[in-house]
Design a protein around this ligand. Structure first.
Ligand SMILES: [Zn+2]
Length: 298
């Protein structure tokens, strides 16, 4: 065999694999445009995130499409004060050949701020609901157990220690064992998504701009919709977006009940100022729950 034939063979192998990778990327792009929905199969992990993050349902689709099977191994590391970290290794096998083609790793810990801390709210000593708001000055100020949010309507003086001395905001979660299972699942999901991206060579796609993949008409329609919106609608839409937020693991930040309550509050808002107040309050709450707490002062 001459040097030349060796070189030619190498080039053939190399160009073949590039073609295969390209074909695979095109296949995933087609799948994303046809079957994957933004916010369901992939999405941003926080407001303003420009990256597309593969979510578990999207990874399921890719695994199915490329006929792959995951296999998991988990290790638990005990940490001080009842905390623990879970590390998951996910191996990906081709179903037909049984060959291992990729490996992914994921970790999650109860020390992550969304597990470690709770956002304690003022609680009504009468009915036990977390529905205490500060009353408006023109109605005498003080604290009110807000009936519109399901409270009992009782009023308290602004310096009443039963309300004023309650510890609120970011406090250590006293029942850390309650989130062991959540952390186990999150760790598994992270390893699974990581392994799927590696196995399908999909990493390029999930950092691309959305406009490259979605049909053009959608963007134009969105722009027209935005242009048609006036102040009130715009703030309502922004608030709705906040309520739909998902965290880094694709889990809903707000519960169904909370969303329903907030919709009611928005509907009963007397002016746009109240809508802005609601927007800002929910935005702060969302940041707190997702764990971006640095900018929030207590
Ligand atoms: Zn009450």
């Amino acid at each position: 065999m001459t040097d030349l034939t060796v070189m030619e063979e190498r080039q053939v192998i190399q160009s073949l694999s590039v073609t295969q990778v390209k074909a695979q990327v095109q296949q995933i792009q087609a799948l994303m445009a046809d079957m994957m929905k933004d916010g369901e199969h992939y999405g941003k992990s926080f407001e303003g995130d420009t990256k597309k993050n593969l979510l578990k349902p999207g990874a399921d689709k890719l695994m199915f499409m490329f006929r792959l099977r995951p296999d998991f191994e988990q290790e638990i590391k005990e940490l001080p004060n009842g905390h623990r970290e879970v590390i998951t290794h996910c191996k990906v096998y081709q179903i037909e050949s049984g060959n291992k083609i990729a490996e992914g790793v994921g970790s999650a810990s109860t020390l992550e701020s969304k597990h470690r801390y709770r956002n304690e709210k003022r609680k009504c000593p009468e009915c036990g609901m977390e529905t205490i708001i500060q009353g408006k000055e023109e109605y005498g100020g003080g604290w009110i157990c807000f009936a519109k949010k399901g409270g009992c309507g009782k009023k308290f003086k602004i310096d009443d220690p039963v309300i004023a001395e309650q510890k609120i905001g970011k406090v250590e979660n006293p029942d850390i064992a309650d989130v062991y299972n959540t952390v186990l699942k999150i760790s598994k999901k992270r390893a699974y998504v990581d392994a799927t991206i590696t196995a399908t060579a999909a990493s390029d796609i999930f950092t691309q701009d959305l406009e490259d993949i979605l049909p053009e008409e959608k963007t134009t329609k969105d722009l027209a919709k935005e242009a048609a919106m006036s102040g009130r609608e715009e703030i309502l839409n922004q608030t709705a977006e906040i309520l739909k937020s998902k965290d880094g693991n694709g889990l809903n930040v707000f519960t169904e009940t909370e969303i329903a309550d907030e919709r009611k509050i928005a509907k009963e808002a007397k002016d746009i100022g109240e809508l802005y107040d609601q927007h800002d309050r929910l935005d702060a709450e969302r940041c707190l729950r997702i764990g971006q707490t640095e900018e929030i002062a207590f």
